[in-house]
Design a protein around this ligand. Structure first.
Ligand code: AMP
Length: 192
């Protein structure tokens, strides 16, 4: 099973990807998580990405395409994967098409998470408050001002992918505002 989860920041892609990847025995590939790990480990990629991510902007296509190229060809991805947060631009989507063609594999579905901006704002505020309450530092980009930049990047760069995947006939839209278990069920239904 090979899936893309598409949606604005805070729409629940990561939560659902973790649940469904575990359920299906496939891999969750979150470019955001991989980049945060690179920043923490202060790798050359992490050093390049840090300021961009802290500002809520998109990391360059070359960097994220390189990361995904390396992952997809690895043996642990053979059973399938959920791309969580990739692709986020049209050049990334066409690079992914090329990668999949090279590997002779196809996407099964693209799931679009629909959530309105006000709900996203409260989810991100809650995520930051939960991090603080559990003694962790909230994400630099989980700040209302940064969220606006991230949303702007989503509408400008990522939302055109909805048209791109609609055209391929693979797109399913779900209500990302529903409770977590309901969203999981909706996605499973869409995969039947
Ligand atoms: P996320 O955890 O998916 O919200 O990603 C956090 C941040 O990582 C984003 O705001 C971007 O700065 C960067 N990022 C993650 N995935 C991508 C991507 N596919 N393209 C560009 N930047 C990305």
């Amino acid at each position: 099973m090979r899936l893309i989860f598409l949606g604005p920041p805070g729409a629940g892609k990561g939560t659902q990807a973790a649940v469904l990847a575990a359920k299906f025995g496939i891999v969750q590939l979150s470019t955001g998580e991989m980049l945060r790990a690179a920043v923490k480990a202060e790798t050359p990629i992490g050093r390049k990405a840090k300021a961009v991510m802290d500002g809520g902007k998109l990391v360059s296509d070359d960097i994220v395409i390189g990361i995904i190229r390396e992952c997809i060809s690895q043996v642990h991805c053979k059973a399938g994967f959920i791309l969580d947060g990739f692709p986020r631009t049209l050049p990334q989507a066409s690079a992914l098409d090329q990668l999949l063609a090279e590997q002779k594999i196809k996407l099964d579905r693209v799931i679009e998470f629909k959530v309105d901006d006000a709900a996203l704002m409260s989810r991100i505020e809650k995520r930051a408050a939960d991090a603080i309450a559990s003694g962790h530092k909230p994400r630099e980009d989980d700040h209302p001002e940064k969220l606006k930049t991230r949303l702007w990047a989503y509408y400008k760069e990522t939302s055109p992918l909805i048209g791109y995947y609609y055209k391929s006939g693979n797109l399913i839209s779900i209500d990302g505002l529903a409770p977590v278990e309901t969203v999981t069920r909706e996605i499973e239904k869409a995969l039947l």
